[in-house]
Design a protein around this ligand. Structure first.
Ligand code: F6R
Length: 252
């Protein structure tokens, strides 16, 4: 694992944006794994600014988001689909058919299989998502944020390392951290997330962490521990991971 400690959130965002853009320059039909949350907002803003300057940026790129809330349609203002439109997809030349997020309502499954249960529909959606990643030839470059409890995507502590895309129950700490995206403060209980097995098959991974609230998780990751109690620790086993951490998160 390669560590890079930078001075600030701004520097972390610029370094991450440059990694993303140069990967696209090198591989125009890149298959990207993308996170939501506070951490990547600065990276997305820089990518948007750069892509506005050039005409050809994401035109052949395929994207797969890490997760989506169960029960929220893509048009729900607090869905990750809306987040991605607001921060990235609405401003770049990515093709609609190349954007992939789990569908938190699994609407298509109900239409195709009338009478199935909610759980069955979501299960079909998880299978469809895994299949879509496999058909794209698997992830080439995946960006991750880091949860305070060490979660990556929505894989909470205790998640086995070989998990695939599935429905998960969010921990109280994750729901509290994400309540800011829900006007009434009530965060959904469940989400569809890529599994740790799915993520670790990405050829390269960039993990971003910023701010004091991530310090404990960053220091645990630095300890070299490898345990499902700390999901991000799976990255210690991956051969191509780069961590970009600001001073506040690194505690240096
Ligand atoms: C979001 C995701 C989460 C976040 C993590 C950190 O798609 O998968 O794992 O990356 O919760 O969130 P922020 O960046 O808001 O601190």
């Amino acid at each position: 694992m390669k560590w890079q400690v930078v001075d600030s959130y701004e520097e972390m965002s610029s370094v991450a944006a440059e990694i993303l853009l140069s990967a696209i320059r090198k591989t125009p039909d890149l298959v990207l794994g993308l996170p939501t949350g506070k951490t990547p907002e600065g990276m997305y803003a820089r990518v948007v600014a750069e892509c506005r300057r050039g005409s050809h940026c994401f035109s052949d790129v395929k994207t797969f988001n890490l997760d989506e809330y169960v029960g929220l349609s893509p048009w729900h203002p607090s869905s990750y689909s809306s987040y991605m439109k607001q921060h990235l997809f609405g401003h770049i030349d990515v093709r609609e058919e190349n954007i992939n997020l789990p569908d938190g309502t699994a609407a298509w499954a109900f239409e195709r299989h009338p009478g199935i249960t909610h759980a069955e529909a979501l299960e079909l959606e998880c299978m469809r998502y895994e299949d879509a990643i496999a058909r794209a030839g698997s992830l080439q470059l995946t960006f991750l944020g880091l949860g305070r409890n060490g979660h990556i995507a929505f894989n909470e502590p205790g998640t086995p390392f070989d998990t695939r895309t599935r429905v998960v129950t969010l921990s109280e700490s994750t729901k509290r951290a994400n309540a800011r995206y829900f006007p009434g403060g009530v965060t959904p209980d469940k989400a569809i997330t890529m599994g740790l097995g799915t993520i670790s098959e990405s050829a390269a991974i960039i993990l971003l962490a910023s701010g004091e609230s991530k310090r404990e998780a960053v220091s645990r990751l630095r300890s070299g521990e490898v345990s499902p109690d700390f999901p991000a620790s799976i990255l210690n086993r991956h051969h191509d991971v780069r961590l970009i951490v600001d001073r506040a998160a690194a505690g240096d």
